[in-house]
Design a protein around this ligand. Sequence first.
Ligand code: SF4
Length: 63
Amino acid sequence: MMRVTIHDTCIACRRCYVYYPEVFIRDRNGYAHPKREEVADEWAEMALDAAETCPVGAIDCEE
Ligand code: SF4
């Protein structure tokens, strides 16, 4: 399992939850949140890719 955290530096670019809706959701203002506190192993690569490609580095993944 992997723990995903999104910091308040998110700029609501939409990328993470558009590409990986299994892992991320948006709130009413378009800011991203983890869909679950712990990400199942099968989705860990998605979480890592989102963290690497977030334009402001707002996503942290911890194993
Ligand atoms: S990719 Fe980063 S900046 Fe864009 S919505 Fe997700 S957390 Fe926010």
